[in-house]
Design a protein around this ligand. Structure first.
Ligand SMILES: O=C(CO)[C@@H](O)[C@H](O)COP(=O)(O)O
Ligand SMILES: [Fe+2]
Length: 220
C-alpha cells in the first residue's frame, strides 16, 4: 500500500468530465462526490453520471456518497461502475450490512466520518472495511479551509488500524493541498482527495505528482 492521490471532480468542469479525468491521468483514483441536497446542502450528480464516467475515465472511481439512506443506494453505485463506495456513518442505519453488500459486489467499502464524528464507537466495524474516510471540512462543498482539529483523529484511527493488524486505507478529504498534505501523511493518512488544489493548478497532473511526492517524503 503506497500513497494514493484521488482528485475530486467536484471542482472540475462538469461539461467536460471525460477531459477533466484525462487531465489527472497520473492519479491513482478519481474521487466523485455524490450529494443529494438532504444529507448536505448541495446537489451534484448521481448514478447515470457515475455510469458514464466509469466508462470514460481510465482511473477507478472512488464514489463518496453524501446522501441520505446510503443503505439503499450504495450497492447500486457498484453496479454503476464505482470501484470504491463510501457511505457516511451518520446517515447509515446498517453500516455492517451495507459494507458487506458493497464488498460482495466487488468494490472497496469505505465509511466516512464528518469532522466532529469520533472514530472510537466504530472500532469493531473497521474489520468490515477497506477504507475509512475522515472529512477535514464539513461535507457539501469544495474549496473550504482544512480543519486541523481533525489531525488527532487521523492519528487515533491509524493507531486503531495498527492495533487490530488491519490492512485498510485512511483517506483524507477536504482542504488537502501542498500546504496541508504533509501533516495528514505524518498523522497516518495514505489516500488524499484534492479538488481545488488540483483543478485550480496550471497543470493538474503536475500537482497530483507534487502532492504524492510531498506525502511520500513526509512518511519516508
Ligand atoms: O467531499 C467533498 C466535499 O464535501 C470533497 O471531496 C471536496 O470536493 C474536496 O474539495 P477540496 O476541499 O479539495 O477543494
Ligand atoms: Fe469527497
Amino acid at each position: 500500500m503506497g500513497i494514493q492521490i484521488a482528485p475530486s471532480i467536484l471542482t472540475a468542469d462538469f461539461a467536460h468530465l471525460a477531459d477533466e479525468a484525462k487531465a489527472v491521468s497520473d492519479a491513482e483514483w478519481l474521487h466523485v462526490d455524490v450529494m443529494d441536497n438532504h444529507f448536505v446542502p448541495n446537489l451534484t450528480l448521481g448514478m447515470p453520471v457515475v455510469e458514464a464516467l466509469a466508462k470514460a475515465a481510465e482511473q477507478p472511481l472512488d464514489c463518496h456518497l453524501m446522501i441520505e439512506d446510503p443503505d439503499r443506494w450504495a450497492p447500486g453505485y457498484v453496479e454503476a461502475g464505482a470501484s470504491s463506495v463510501t457511505f457516511h456513518v451518520e446517515a447509515c442505519r446498517a453500516p455492517i450490512r451495507t459494507a458487506r453488500e458493497i464488498r460482495a459486489k466487488g468494490a472497496r467499502a469505505a465509511m466516512a466520518l464528518r469532522p466532529a464524528t469520533p472514530i472510537e464507537p466504530y472500532e469493531d466495524m473497521l474489520a468490515e472495511l477497506d477504507m475509512v474516510l475522515l472529512m477535514t471540512v464539513e461535507p457539501g462543498f469544495g474549496g473550504q479551509k482544512f480543519l486541523d482539529v481533525v489531525l488527532p483523529k487521523i492519528r487515533r484511527t491509524r493507531d486503531l488500524v495498527t492495533k487490530h493488524g488491519l490492512d485498510i486505507w485512511i483517506e483524507i478529504d477536504g482542504g488537502v493541498s501542498a500546504e496541508t498534505i504533509e501533516r495528514c501523511a505524518e498523522a497516518g493518512a495514505d489516500v488524499f482527495v484534492a479538488g481545488s488544489a488540483v483543478y485550480s493548478a496550471d497543470n493538474p497532473n503536475e500537482m497530483v505528482n507534487h502532492l504524492r511526492t510531498l506525502a511520500e517524503a513526509a512518511t519516508a
